[in-house]
Write a protein that binds this ligand. Sequence first.
Ligand SMILES: [Zn+2]
Length: 137
Amino acid sequence: MARVRWARKCAARRRNGLPCGNYAISGGKVCRVHGGSARQVRRAAQRRLLEASAYRALAAAMERLKRERTDWAVARVLAASDVLGIAVEQLVRSDVWSAAAISDHPDLHAPEPRLRFDRRFGPRGTAATQKVKRDAP
Ligand SMILES: [Zn+2]
């Protein structure tokens, strides 16, 4: 995913009442000079950046799931049409299940795609569970 730069102007005003004009710190609302270097402000900015990237990861995962489920469903319908010899337009939902019951066509038995997160955003788990996952085939 492309990196998204935080390009936001500082919310503070100068003594003469005009806007500061500097860029805010990454993830923040104010520039370095107007409080952006304070620890609590930097920490809040970090949290906002992390939150934003988590939302983007979720949106990307949902888009991917939608695409994969459509492909999965289309492949099932086409396979059912093939196995039963019924035109796609005439198939009903239960035909897919009937076709799966009588045929071992791989598209009819492919598991339904599930929501997958980028590893960076998934649960970290303990070192022990990570080791188990790594050792699994
Ligand atoms: Zn400023």
